[in-house]
Design a protein. Structure first.
Length: 217
């Protein structure tokens, strides 16, 4: 149908052209029309190029996100290890405070308040060397964990993480427990017990968050 219509139109156009030829001649530049057509068709073809560009960018973003998630997982695992080592070092410190003092040490950790200035252990030289070694180890672990946490927060900024409300609740619970630890009237012995509990709790939360992040892969 369209073919017959086009044929009639072309015949009509041919008759008109034959009539116009008797009157005057003009020298146009038909090539310019083809350039316009090429430009139009090129703009349509560029859609494919744009789609390919977006596809490549999405692949790059996914690869970058995957890399960031892996890095965040590694940092979380590093914090888990740090909390385990922190517990080990804390247990060493507890033992040293109980066993590393001389016979002149007056009180045990069960009798001393967990406050500044209440614990005055009189160490043997060997006991002091052990105390110094463990306190240095603890300070190193704490400093390393601060750096790891800072790096982790930068990674998490670029990851859209959806955590269950229960996990948020656990994090808020951790805050409350840490605040309570500073306010409670505890002995050193009781304080060590509380620290161990919170460390284990923290390690569990880190593990859960690491697993949740893995689901973004």
């Amino acid at each position: 149908m369209n073919s017959d219509h086009n044929l009639e139109s072309n015949e009509h156009l041919a008759n008109e052209l034959a009539t116009d030829e008797k009157d005057f001649l003009i020298d146009p530049e038909p090539y310019s029309i083809f350039l316009g057509i090429v430009g139009f068709l090129g703009s349509v073809a560029s859609i494919a190029g744009y789609i390919e560009f977006r596809k490549q960018r999405n692949i790059e973003r996914r690869d970058s996100l995957r890399k960031t998630i892996h890095e965040a997982k590694d940092l979380l695992m590093s914090l888990e290890v740090d909390t385990m080592q922190l517990e080990v070092s804390l247990r060493k410190l507890e033992f040293i405070l109980e066993q590393g003092g001389s016979k002149f040490q007056s009180s045990s950790t069960s009798d001393l308040k967990l406050q500044f200035g209440t614990c005055k252990p009189i160490f043997t030289l060997s006991g002091f060397n052990k105390f110094d070694e463990v306190s240095t180890e603890l300070n190193r672990l704490v400093g390393k964990s601060f750096i790891t946490t800072s790096d982790l927060l930068q990674k998490l900024y670029n990851i859209d993480i959806k955590l269950e409300n229960e996990i948020y609740g656990d994090l808020i619970n951790l805050q409350k427990r840490l605040n309570a630890l500073l306010r409670e009237d505890l002995t050193y012995q009781e304080g060590f017990r509380k620290y161990y509990e919170i460390i284990v709790f923290t390690k569990d939360i880190l593990r859960i968050i690491r697993i949740e992040i893995s689901r973004n892969l």
